[in-house]
Design a protein around this ligand. Structure first.
Ligand code: C2E
Ligand code: MG
Ligand code: MG
Ligand code: MG
Length: 289
């Protein structure tokens, strides 16, 4: 009996493995079709300046609507696309779409709105990356200081001379650099000193329980204090409740992003969102500037 059970377990594992492999193969083919048939969209999530309640930027987030399977989350396909190299054409499309939309949004708003774009490790490390940024800025006419590139700690971990040089070149262009999901990677604080970064985006995992969990509160407090002393801007991700926002906005001079303010939304919706008059949410006293 034990033997059969063992075999069943083994059988189960191979089935599971096959299913995963097949899924990946299928997904890869589906992704190829998605690229060829432009099944992607960008949604935009507002970023709010705590002190004024103003929307100062939006983050571009990719959406894939498969004709049969429906919506597929970027969490499910971005890492596969990295492995297969399909991330390259996808990233190129994202960058161009986001910059075009940024120009259009800024033409309709009185105050400048920054466009934050997520950059994948492979995209950043590619030799022609700087050139592709220069080209898209030229082609779309977007002012460089309205473009913010979101990099994760992983990209910068092995901060080679090449990576540092690329960042410096980007900054020289006027483009802004944000470090995404800060605190979740195997970070070395030394790169905060060495790398020309403008902004830290504090990961939402620290925010979920920040009001009640003194350890999360201590981490957020430490990171924000350090960032401010280093002259970096801070954006706090994943704000979902009025209580979280009240707590954070009373303590820190920061920018905020999260479902509490708005979910990512299509171009048409963000465009009207930006043009509605957004009075600062007054359920929190802002931190004095
Ligand atoms: P990210 O860059 O950290 O983006 C923020 C993610 O958190 C988004 O998920 C957003 O919808 C979600 N989010 C925003 N506010 C809240 C909140 O209050 N609560 C919760 N629970 N979640 C919130 P999304 O759109 O599913 O994207 C997941 C990740 O996929 C992104 O994380 C980013 O790493 C990657 N990604 C998305 N679009 C792109 C892209 O165009 N290019 C690349 N390379 N990666 C992308
Ligand atoms: Mg991001
Ligand atoms: Mg993030
Ligand atoms: Mg993330």
């Amino acid at each position: 009996k034990a033997k059969r059970q063992g075999r069943n377990t083994y059988q189960w594992y191979t089935d599971e493995l096959n299913r995963k492999v097949t899924n990946r193969v299928n997904l890869r083919h589906a992704l190829q079709q998605a690229i060829e048939q432009s099944q992607f969209e960008l949604h935009y999530q507002p970023q709010i300046q705590g002190a004024t309640g103003r929307v100062t930027g939006v983050e571009a987030l990719i959406r894939w609507y498969h004709p049969e399977r429906g919506y597929i989350s970027p969490a499910q396909f971005i890492s596969l696309a990295e492995d297969t190299g399909q991330i390259m054409p996808i990233s190129e499309w994202v960058l161009e779409r986001a910059c075009r939309d940024a120009v259009e949004l800024n033409a309709r708003t009185t105050m400048p709105v920054t466009m934050a774009v997520n950059i994948s490790p492979m995209q950043f490390q590619r030799a022609g990356f700087l050139l592709s940024i220069q080209r898209v800025l030229e082609q779309t006419g977007l002012a460089p200081d309205l473009l913010e590139l979101e990099l994760t700690e992983g990209v910068l971990m092995d901060s080679t001379e090449h990576a540092i040089q690329t960042l410096q070149d980007l900054r020289a262009l006027g483009v802004h650099i944000a470090l995404d999901d800060f605190g979740t990677g195997f970070s070395s604080l030394s790169y905060l000193k060495r790398l020309p970064i403008n902004k830290l985006k504090i990961d939402r995992s620290f925010i979920r329980d920040v009001v009640n969990d003194t350890r999360d509160a201590a981490i957020v407090d430490g990171v924000v204090t350090m960032a401010v002393k280093l002259g970096l801007e801070v954006l706090i991700e994943g704000v979902e409740t009025a209580a979280q926002y009240a707590y954070l906005n009373a303590r820190y001079c920061a920018h905020f992003q999260g479902f509490y303010f708005a979910r990512p939304m299509p171009m048409l919706a963000i465009s009207s969102y930006l043009n509605e008059s957004h009075h600062p949410r007054n359920d929190a006293e802002p931190h004095p500037m």
